[in-house]
Ligand binder design. Structure first.
Ligand code: SF4
Ligand SMILES: [Zn+2]
Ligand SMILES: [Zn+2]
Length: 306
């Protein structure tokens, strides 16, 4: 112990023993280093923070609000999408409201209902009726529509960057899943800061070097309330298997998660940067699209909407 205060955290991957205060500081320092290492933010950035109310996004909002105090020209705006999942979102909206009030951050909201005319529940019901067995997983509909909704909110907020709350565990899992699926395109595309897709506000992941466990501890030590109820559609069996596998190895060999993220970074650095990805405009909705119609319109059309 460097400071003489009571020990509260042991980090197996570094051998450090830290008190609550030193731990909190070290998390914030690591986020700050991640941000400068990948040039995620500028001193005058207008940052849209995607906040769902879960532990990662609420902690991200708190850490960025603290870091942002040093940059008076930068601004934070919390952005939230209500997917329309019965019995799930309401509590999280209250939690976000409390957080934005505490931190005095402006908050912009939208919903699938407002943007796409239906809630996620209604979309899944329609997809099951029309497509039966061929219906995609709820998280596929949710992910595609939420990405569009967050981008719409970021544009509305005049933001020049969107910060999302992916943590070290999420990143390590995604990298390994892409390897296991043999998906080289996604493997290479997964960047800490993605700014080269025309029509989309650039996205950055300031928490990508913070293990999930430490996000929970940060929230606990700093009395940050978050939404713990899991989404009723959460059933991503593949990711759960990969999570269990990585966690097992991490227990036996601390530092494995960092190693996965680092080796991925080294490999992607060997490959020349993608040119700005040119995308065309969706003939239906006018939003950026990689083919004639954007993914959102394709999904909604299949289930008789849009
Ligand atoms: S678990 Fe899936 S359906 Fe639920 S909020 Fe997350 S992405 Fe959406
Ligand atoms: Zn200390
Ligand atoms: Zn479209």
């Amino acid at each position: 112990m460097r400071c003489g205060r009571e020990a509260a955290v042991y980090r197996p991957y570094s051998g450090e023993v830290l008190c609550r205060r030193c731990f909190t500081e070290s998390v914030e320092i690591r986020v700050r280093r991640t941000i400068s290492r990948y040039r995620m933010l500028q001193p005058d950035s207008r940052i849209a923070v995607a906040v769902s109310g879960g532990k990662d996004s609420v902690v991200l909002l708190h850490v960025l609000a603290k870091l942002e105090e040093r940059f008076p020209k930068s601004e934070l705006i919390a952005v939230t999408v209500d997917e329309g999942i019965e019995g799930y979102r309401n509590e999280s909206l209250e939690i976000i409201e409390e957080a934005v009030r505490r931190l005095q951050v402006p908050w912009l909201k939208t919903s699938f209902k407002e943007l796409f005319g239906r809630t996620l529940d209604e979309i899944i019901r329609a997809a099951s009726e029309i497509l039966g067995e061929r219906r995609l997983g709820a998280c596929t509909y949710c992910g595609v529509l939420r990405r569009r909704a967050i981008n719409t909110l970021a544009v509305k907020a005049g933001a020049d960057v969107v910060a999302t709350a992916h943590n070290l565990d999420d990143e390590a899992q995604t990298i390994l899943m892409n390897i296991l699926k043999g998906d080289l395109t996604r493997f290479l595309r997964n960047k800490p800061a993605r700014r080269n897709v025309e029509g989309f506000v650039p996205r950055v992941k300031p928490l990508r070097e913070i293990p999930e466990e430490e996000i929970v501890l940060y929230a606990y030590f700093n009395r940050i309330r978050y939404h713990e109820t899991p989404c009723p559609y959460h059933a991503e069996a593949y990711r759960d298997d990969v999570r269990a596998f990585i966690n097992k190895i991490e227990t036996q060999r601390p530092g494995t998660k960092y190693n996965i993220v680092r080796i991925h970074e080294k490999i992607t650095q060997l490959i020349p940067e993608e040119e700005e990805l040119k995308v065309s405009t969706c003939t239906n909705c006018g939003q950026p699209a990689s083919s004639e119609k954007c993914k959102v319109c394709q999904l909604l059309e299949e289930i008789g909407g849009s």
